[in-house]
Design a protein around this ligand. Structure first.
Ligand SMILES: [Zn+2]
Length: 117
């Protein structure tokens, strides 16, 4: 029973595909679209998952006190220590360091003239 059914379906598909007409072209388009979707869907899902993982990874913060990783921005949910203040203050101190260095250079520039014999 099943063998004859599959043969009938194969014959039907062959006839529809070989028959020059709108039905055959529509079926070809349908099969092509389904194949394209099946091929592209995993790629799209993979790309979406990759982007989501990147976004989550950027928002994830590791507590410096206990090492707990979470998406919390203010406080560590495990130990309660502040997360956002420390991590956001580090770039600011870096920029302050650069300006301090330039000021130090100006101060050092004046020193050799006074100590020059
Ligand atoms: Zn913690």
């Amino acid at each position: 029973m099943q063998r004859s059914n599959t043969w009938i379906w194969l014959l039907l598909v062959a006839v529809v595909l070989l028959a020059p007409g709108p039905a055959g072209r529509f079926l070809l388009d349908l099969v092509g679209g389904i194949t394209l979707a099946l091929l592209l869907l995993p790629l799209l899902l993979g790309a979406a998952g990759f982007v989501a993982w990147q976004v989550i990874q950027r928002r994830l913060r590791t507590c410096e006190t206990c090492g707990f990783t979470s998406m919390a921005t203010d406080q560590c949910p495990a130990c309660g220590s502040s997360l956002g203040g420390e991590s956001s203050a580090q770039p600011g101190t870096d920029q302050l360091d650069v300006s301090n260095v330039t000021i130090d250079v100006q101060v050092v520039d004046g020193d050799p003239t006074s100590s020059d014999p």
